[in-house]
Design a protein around this ligand. Structure first.
Ligand SMILES: Nc1ncnc2c1ncn2[C@@H]1O[C@H](COP(=O)(O)OP(=O)(O)OP(=O)(O)O)[C@@H](O)[C@H]1O
Ligand SMILES: [Mg+2]
Length: 250
């Protein structure tokens, strides 16, 4: 099933989590990394999650996106009213059909070219080969990698690898986009390309974009900024994205 266009759903809730608790065992004790987090994200919004290192941001994204089961709490996302009650196979299918991921690590396959990385993601969605190639090329061009489509990860810089991961996530046209520090390996210009693409996925297609970042320059593009500290939400501020954000300089 392809995801596609949710522009008409703008403003509707795409994802909602209640009372998420996650504990990790360290030695003989447990540390509580999420301490009862309530969270929601809407179609058409870029929702930014900010907070100090170790505050639980990546853990939250993993719990919201079906990657890491919380110890308590519930996540409803799109038509899945209780994501974590589904079988593992159904959760995988949900991620495949609806989610785009841009992670701190890039998770690229070493043996595949940039274009093959993007095509593979589409293949799993059932997209035909010609269409895979066309969309992969277009997605890579949109992140400024039109001239690098045949290179493998070992032949790409850190920032280029990050852009391949972004092209791969966006080519699927996902309804939910989870980005964890998507600009951390990028210079100003490429960082700006990436945040603009995320902004566009939300504004034009109605995707719900959840973006973890330390980068204060990204706030200009956000509809909403949520601060998390020590596993709790401190504040949650709705704002209007800047009409003409200042260019990034580095
Ligand atoms: N698998 C694990 N086992 C034990 N502790 C973990 C595990 N994963 C994360 N933690 C701990 O949970 C806390 C929150 O981690 P998390 O990765 O969510 O932080 P973060 O806010 O994303 O930080 P950063 O900004 O550095 O990426 C950290 O203290 C981390 O050490
Ligand atoms: Mg993190």
């Amino acid at each position: 099933m392809s995801s596609g266009d949710n522009a008409h759903k703008r403003g509707e809730t795409a994802l909602k989590a209640t009372h998420l608790v996650k504990r990790f065992k360290t030695g003989r004790s447990y540390i509580e990394v999420l301490k009862g987090v309530d969270f929601d994200a809407k179609h058409g919004d870029v929702t930014m999650v900010m907070g100090p290192s170790g505050s639980g941001k990546s853990t939250l994204v993993a719990a919201l996106s079906g990657l890491l089961k919380p110890d308590e709490g519930k996540v409803s996302a799109l038509e899945a009213s209780d994501l974590w009650s589904l079988s593992n196979g159904k959760i995988d299918k949900f991620r495949l059909d609806h989610c785009g991921f841009i992670f701190q690590g890039f998770n690229l396959f070493p043996a595949l070219s940039a274009k093959q990385q993007v095509m593979t993601a589409l293949k799993y969605q059932g997209v035909g080969k010609g269409e895979q190639a066309r969309r992969a090329q277009a997605a890579l061009e949109s992140v400024g990698l039109g001239a690098r489509v045949n290179q493998r990860p070992s032949e790409l810089s850190g920032g280029e690898k990050q852009r391949v991961a972004i092209a791969r996530a966006l080519a699927k046209n996902p309804n939910l986009i989870f980005a964890d520090e998507p600009t951390s390996a990028l210079d100003g210009e490429n960082g700006q390309i990436v945040i603009r693409l995320l902004r566009e996925a939300a504004s034009v297609r109605g995707a719900a974009v959840i973006c973890v970042t330390h980068d204060p320059r990204l706030e200009a593009y956000a509809d909403r900024v949520i601060h998390i500290e020590d596993g709790r939400i401190l504040d949650d501020v709705r704002r209007t994205p800047d009409a003409d954000p200042a260019p990034f300089s580095h």
